[in-house]
Design a protein around this ligand. Structure first.
Ligand code: SF4
Ligand code: SF4
Length: 481
């Protein structure tokens, strides 16, 4: 039997997706994208500030540990909705920004990301990505280059024709946001009557045409009590993944649209406890890193704690995750408008590899209770929350109620090497090498564990296939091996 985390990661491609309209950091307040190169006068002091945050690595990590394996492409500001949490004014949403990356610039960006890591997952989103006229060409280009591509969408523009096209192009799936089972509540939040029906019609079109879908739920004070019902509903619909997003709000007491830390903890505890109920649907908290701390407290061997970083609910901002804004700024995550620079001026590789800002996430010196916390290596807190609160992204995450007890750091099982005396034959090695690198270690570990437990000395393609079928039935593999 394959390890649970393999399932978690393979079926959870969308574990990486971001909610539709996660174009900006905040609920209720806009923050400009902050590009160091545009503020020459204050550059030195800011650079010094960033460098003070960086601790030199001495734990054996190399540049390969910091390859992007999830890049969110916010390719347009245009949108057919008026969501309460979106900072864009109606005019911009209708017309889009005049400075959005052109089709050619998008192609070039995709080619440049491929130079750094072709095995990465691209999440195409917006605004509403399907309002961009050339979006299918861009998706087609990304698939042709070899990327796994998913869409983050409100679902309203997905009919049978669109679903068929997305399947034909090779798009792996779509994430569709549902904020409530009460259509009126959903519509109110999304700012348009009929938005709920449109989203559900989009899901039905996906189902009819064999396009994988997942449901995205953004936890807010108005809907968090509905979560158990939404999970059950998504399961009945046939979703493979349900992601619960915790949006990042601006300053404490400023725009109290965020759920409180106590409500946050309540939702996370529910999510940890419901894992065993939905064996065939991945239910995960996103952008709530202390989900991993709660899961560990319940069961140190749970698949959530074993899964690496964001795949288990942790944060990969700046380490394996980045976002490109509609006009080309590269930031650590969609909720953090802290730019390493613009891809119109420098290549993706240069920005990814040589940014002090990104380095500050890779070799962080966390402050406050996150710095003292024994869970900092599997959790580390959300960096966007302290950033939007007071500008210091390495400060403690105040939406976590935990008081660190000190002592040894809890380390993830992901990095624990296991003994395996057998061999992989050539064909199996080739197949393994085609699995996206960020899943490869998990798959390898799962297959080797099975082989060890069953006294199998040689791992073959047939064994890999047998294990895949055991886990996923006869469905086609999510990745093209
Ligand atoms: S910093 Fe990490 S946890 Fe916080 S919003 Fe960004 S990706 Fe999510
Ligand atoms: S204190 Fe920080 S590192 Fe510790 S569990 Fe809370 S958010 Fe995570």
């Amino acid at each position: 039997m394959l390890s649970a985390e393999w399932r978690t990661n393979i079926s959870g491609y969308s574990a990486f997706s971001i909610p539709h309209s996660a174009l900006v950091v905040t609920m209720g307040k806009s923050l400009p994208v902050f590009n160091f190169s545009q503020i020459a006068g204050t550059l030195d002091s800011l650079e010094q500030q960033v460098k003070r945050f960086i601790t030199a690595p001495n734990d054996g990590r190399t540049v390969d540990d910091f390859k992007p394996f999830l890049v969110a492409l916010n390719l347009t500001k245009r949108c057919n909705l008026k969501c309460a949490h979106c900072y864009l004014d109606a005019t911009t949403k209708a017309g889009g920004g005049s400075d959005e990356l052109t089709t050619t610039e998008c192609y070039r960006l995709i080619d440049q990301i491929a130079e750094v890591n072709k095995g990465c997952l691209l999440v195409i989103t917006g605004g509403e990505p399907l309002t961009r006229p050339d979006i299918l060409d861009i998706a087609r280009h990304a698939v042709a280059v070899g990327f796994m591509v998913v869409f983050g969408t409100n679902g309203m523009l997905i009919n049978d024709r669109m679903a068929k096209k997305l399947v034909e192009i090779g798009v792996m799936g779509v994430g569709i946001s549902i904020d409530s089972l009460d259509p009126q509540k959903h519509d109110k939040f999304r700012g348009l009557p009929g938005a709920w029906e449109g989203a559900v019609a989009g899901i039905e079109a996906c189902k009819r045409n064999g396009l994988q879908f997942q449901v995205h739920f953004s936890a807010q004070p108005m809907n968090y009590k509905e979560l158990p019902d939404v999970i059950e509903w998504a399961h009945t619909l046939g979703a493979k993944v349900l992601n619960v997003f915790f949006m990042v709000c601006t300053g404490r007491g400023e725009e109290l649209t965020d759920i409180t830390p106590a409500q946050y903890e309540e939702v996370l505890e529910y999510l940890v406890n419901c894992q065993d109920t939905y064996k065939d649907m991945l239910v995960r908290a996103r952008c709530a890193p202390h989900f991993k701390r709660l899961a560990y407290e319940k069961d140190p061997d749970s698949p959530i704690t074993k899964a690496r970083g964001y795949m288990g609910g942790g944060c990969l901002a700046g380490t394996n995750y980045a976002r490109v804004t509609p006009n080309g700024e590269l930031t650590p995550c969609p909720y953090m408008p802290l730019s390493a620079g613009n891809i119109r001026e420098k290549s993706f590789a240069e920005l990814w590899e040589k940014s002090d800002i990104f380095d500050s996430f890779r070799y962080p010196h966390l402050k406050g209770k996150c710095g003292d916390c024994e869970y900092s290596e599997i959790c580390g807190g959300c960096r966007a929350r302290p950033y939007v609160d007071h500008g210091d992204w390495l400060d403690e995450d105040q939406w976590c109620l935990y008081t660190p007890k000190g002592g040894e750091k809890v380390r993830v099982a992901f990095n624990t090497a296991e003994d395996f005396d057998g061999v992989w034959d050539e064909a199996a090695q080739t197949r393994l090498s085609r699995i996206p690198y960020f899943l490869r270690a998990m798959v390898k570990k799962g297959v080797e564990r099975h082989a060890r437990e069953h006294g199998i000395a040689v791992i073959t393609v047939e064994l890999m296939e047998e294990l895949r079928k055991k886990r996923f039935g006869n469905e086609a593999p999510v990745f093209k091996f």
